[in-house]
Design a protein around this ligand. Structure first.
Ligand code: AMP
Ligand code: GLY
Length: 431
């Protein structure tokens, strides 16, 4: 069978790498892919991003399964388009992807279906938003509705910060893709606790949990500085104990799958619940994503022993039982991934720096590429924000951490930045 992976990040490199390991998969195309997927002899890049052109390619090449990595094509309806042409694709429809693409949709959905989350109110009017914040007090969280590439959230510790964020988000230059042209802010109660990523494979009716994971969102050591897409991750997440896990399935995941189906948007695809877990083990939803996390995918797919292709074929089988009776096998060891980012990331990443010293992958270590391109002469250069994720397995977590950091020592590019403390939260909990 031929498989197509849509996207160009390290998440998509990891998806393609894992899918290529299936005995049933002859060929994996990655559109558009990156320098790492270009270098891998088991993968083939396809320089196409237009969704109609991708569907034409899938039909012409008889692609048996397409897997969508990032949110943007999902929110644009790539799944609806492929399905309308009889093409098999794993991911949520545009309607189901609103769980991520519209924060207002997600919050209304959670309230309607009794899924635990922070109290909130939505405003399109600045005066009313300012008055609400004055009544609620700080700390408080201000979010822009619509995909904002991680820039749409301000956790305001003072009222002044909150007021400033409201004015910015309701202004015309906030860089937010608006839903129906309307600027909206969502104002949320601040939740205290520890965050974890809870990701499941859903087939529209059932959900199968992947292993747990956590990422580090801030650019700097000690979780300081601006938010990024994620500077590193590890799996499992010790904060998700078996009791917390059972409670999340019961209180969050199952009602979400049932609620989306009842609302006419059955959710098929990776469903990612970003959770805040408090000291009592109560988990509340910070946000939903309609896709795998990045860099969570890199550590999860390193640990997954089951055949990913079989799993996603089951999840896209409209006739069968989907994922209802499946069980997944995981490497018992931990996995940890360190993101190497371009100089200037996240505000204004530099590009075009020559990358040297990327080590060959082993059984226990893989370097997944994101913002890299392979030039015609074979040199590898950086092309954007997050450049590489160096991912390793090891037991205990500290061994995975040491292996990942040892592997990245040989890698060089001008301006490179990476955190030196990925895993610190989990390590302090284990000790
Ligand atoms: P989001 O884009 O909604 O995931 O928000 C980005 C980050 O802001 C989250 O990963 C949290 O660290 C933080 N955050 C968002 N909402 C809240 C909340 N209600 N309470 C506390 N922290 C939050
Ligand atoms: N690592 C967080 C995300 O993928 O949204």
């Amino acid at each position: 069978m031929k498989v197509l992976v849509i996207g160009s990040g390290a998440r998509e490199h990891a998806l393609a790498w894992k899918l290529a390991q299936s005995a049933k998969v002859q060929r994996v195309f990655v559109a558009p892919g990156n320098g790492g997927t270009a270098l891998d002899p088991t993968l083939e890049n396809l320089a196409v991003t237009d969704l109609v052109a991708l569907a034409d390619f899938a039909a012409h090449e008889r692609i048996g399964l397409t897997v969508v990595g990032p949110e943007a094509p999902l929110a644009s309806g790539v799944v609806d388009l492929f399905r309308s042409r009889g093409l098999r694709i794993f991911g949520p429809t545009r309607g189901a992807a609103q769980l991520e693409s519209s924060k207002a949709f997600a919050k209304d959905f959670m309230v309607r279906h009794g899924i635990p989350t922070a109290r909130h109110a939505s405003f399109d009017d600045a005066t009313a938003a300012h008055a609400y914040v004055d009544r609620q007090g700080a700390p408080i969280v201000i979010k822009a509705d619509g995909l904002a590439a991680g820039k749409g959230v301000v956790v305001a510790s003072t009222l002044a910060e909150a007021h400033q964020a409201i004015d910015f988000m309701l202004s015309d230059n906030a860089g937010v893709s608006r839903n129906a042209g309307q600027a909206l802010v969502v104002i949320e109660e601040f939740m205290a606790g520890e965050e974890a990523s809870f990701i499941v494979v859903a087939d529209g009716r059932h959900a199968l949990a992947l292993a747990t994971s956590q990422d580090h969102k801030r650019i700097g050591d000690g979780d300081t500085g601006p938010n990024t897409g994620g500077m590193g991750a590890y799996s499992p997440a010790p904060v998700v104990t078996p009791a917390v896990h059972a409670r999340v399935m019961r209180e969050v995941i199952d009602p979400t799958i049932a609620g989306m189906a009842a609302d006419g948007h059955p959710f098929g695809g990776f469903l990612y619940a970003g959770l805040m877990i408090d000291a009592e083990g109560q988990a509340r939803v910070v946000e939903f994503n309609a896709r795998l996390g990045d860099p969570e995918a890199q550590v999860l797919l390193m640990r997954l022993r089951s055949d990913l292709f079989d799993l996603l074929m089951a999840a896209t089988d409209a006739q069968g039982d989907g994922v209802r009776d499946l069980e997944l096998q995981w490497d018992r060891r931990s996995a940890l991934g360190v993101v190497m980012a371009a100089g200037g990331y996240p505000a204004s990443p530099r590009k075009g720096d020559v990358i040297t010293g990327v080590p060959e992958g082993t059984q226990d270590m893989q370097v997944f590429h994101a913002g890299t391109v392979r030039r015609e002469d074979g040199t590898l250069v950086s092309s954007g924000g997050r450049v590489l994720t160096v991912t390793a397995l090891g037991e205990p977590l500290r061994a995975a951490q040491q292996r990942a950091y040892a592997a990245l020592e040989s890698i060089r590019f001008d301006g490179m930045q990476f955190r030196r403390d990925i895993g610190h939260r989990a390590l302090s909990r284990i000790r």
